[in-house]
Design a binder for this molecule. Structure first.
Ligand code: TRP
Length: 452
């Protein structure tokens, strides 16, 4: 374990908030949230999602920050230090493995987005027919060289930033990219709200039709909260480990949860008004983002510019998330193996790039290679990581913090003065009793062991 080097720290409180929000705000908000909301009927789904953020997301986020800050170690070291027995270390390992797997295919999707940024700069959407635009996405998927090339480019950006260190790389870039993201988002939402379909879009997103709440929608919402808030694999443990002693964790978690949820909702407010203005189905599924939106952009006045801004925004969101995934793996090698940051970022980054190649080839050369059932490599990795590894990790993190950390460690926190006392008690109660039950239900259902 690395004890002789002084641990890197965030240089400002707002830098940490931006970094954690940068991790949370990603493809999960801009790509996945709108389309799952679309598929599950809108407002009612949004309501269940908000509830999941409060009951599952927020408590686990505080727990992750707390474990990281108390141990001042990345996940493996943190569990070794606080856990006592050897077994808890496995939770840290699970996190490093999840980070490794998720970034390997997240980077492939990041590559698609970069490809769309280039397309929008070349103004390829304007003046193309619907079938041409829809064909562009299939064209990307079918081209192995292009897939691997953009995957390489995306992961290189992440490696470059992580190599720069905590405050000079991660924090600095988040401080630039996150405000830029908010600015672009604001421009785009104003534009959308001026569309003729604005009213219908808003109604779709916020008017809950309770008949649309199905058990499948509830499970999807809970899983989505996990992924969107970057929980269950120690990304927030790692970011928390660079915090000073005085930071108020509750406050930070409230801010990050609110920012992430706002971006998801505003993302919906950007997308649905334009979708409704052109009478397109909100339930188009994963293709909503890559096929429906570019079609819509091609018809909007100033559509070329709007498409460019939109894909640039999503690139920023994806990069700041990818660096948090990479940092979990990199910090393991720095803390546990005593590697330099430069060596750790380059070696793990290149290894992850190579590991991600089969995912990049899943839609062309390797499209017939089925790993799990009918699923190709890309879908299999995503399936195992988001449906099992993250919820299992999250469950164990909640149980560890709620039941095994000495009570003094969890309640004796800066900011926990008389005023916050009940808030802390309430948090601990939810973390001990409600969060683990809710996450267990998701897991059992996904494993097919219970059925609604
Ligand atoms: N939250 C990011 C998104 O919404 C993805 C992500 C980054 C993530 N780091 C994570 C998900 C850690 C789970 C765990 O796209």
């Amino acid at each position: 374990m690395n004890t002789d080097k002084k641990r890197e720290v965030w240089s400002t409180k707002i830098g940490f908030i931006f970094a954690a929000a940068g991790s949370a705000v990603g493809l999960g908000n801009m790509w996945k949230f709108p389309y799952v909301t679309g598929m599950h009927g809108g407002g009612a789904f949004v309501l269940v999602y908000l509830l999941s953020v409060i009951v599952i997301g927020f408590p686990i986020m505080v727990a992750e920050f707390m474990i990281g800050r108390n141990a001042r170690q990345s996940p493996v070291g943190a569990f070794a230090k606080l856990g006592g027995t050897r077994w808890w270390k496995l939770v840290g390992w699970l996190g490093v493995a999840s980070g490794f797997i998720i970034i390997s295919y997240y980077s492939v999707v990041g590559g698609w987005i970069l490809d769309y940024v280039v397309k929008s700069i070349l103004n390829q959407f304007q003046g193309s027919s619907v079938s041409q635009i829809e064909g562009m996405f299939d064209g990307i998927l079918k081209n192995p060289v292009r897939q691997v090339g953009y995957h390489a480019l995306f992961i290189s950006l992440a490696i470059y930033i992580v190599k720069g260190g905590v405050s000079r790389g991660i924090e600095r870039w988040n401080k630039i990219l996150m405000p830029a993201l908010f600015g672009i988002l604001l421009l785009l939402v104003i534009n959308s709200l001026l569309c003729p379909g604005a009213k219908e879009g808003i109604k779709f997103l916020f008017y809950p039709d309770f008949s649309k709440i199905t058990p499948a929608a509830v499970l999807e919402a809970m899983g989505q909260a996990f992924f969107s808030l970057s929980l269950g694999m120690g990304a927030m443990i790692t970011y928390g480990s660079y915090l000073g002693r005085k930071a108020d964790l509750m406050n930070a978690a409230v801010e990050v949860c609110i920012l992430d949820t706002m971006v998801a909702l505003i993302g919906g407010l950007v997308i649905f008004p334009i979708v409704f203005s052109y009478g397109l189905p909100p339930s188009a599924g994963p293709g909503l983002f890559f096929k429906t939106l570019p079609v819509v952009f091609s018809k909007l006045p100033w559509g070329g510019l709007i498409a460019f801004l939109f894909f640039l925004l999503v690139t920023f969101a994806a990069i700041t998330s990818a660096i948090s995934l990479l940092e979990v793996v990199v910090s393991y090698f720095i803390d546990e193996m005593n590697w330099s940051r430069k060596k750790a970022s380059l070696l793990t980054g290149i290894t992850i790039f190579i590991f991600g190649i089969p995912s990049a080839l899943s839609f062309n050369i390797l499209s017939n290679l089925a790993l799990l059932g009918e699923k190709n490599v890309f879908d299999s990795l995503d399936f195992v990581a988001t449906n099992y590894m993250l919820p299992i990790g999250g469950l164990l993190i909640a149980v560890f913090c709620g039941w095994f950390l000495p009570k003094k460690e969890t309640t004796d926190q800066p900011g926990n003065n008389g005023k916050n006392f009940y808030f802390y008690r309430g948090w601990l109660l939810v973390l001990k009793y409600i969060t683990p039950v809710a996450v267990s239900i998701i897991l059992l259902q996904k494993a097919g062991l219970i059925n609604f």
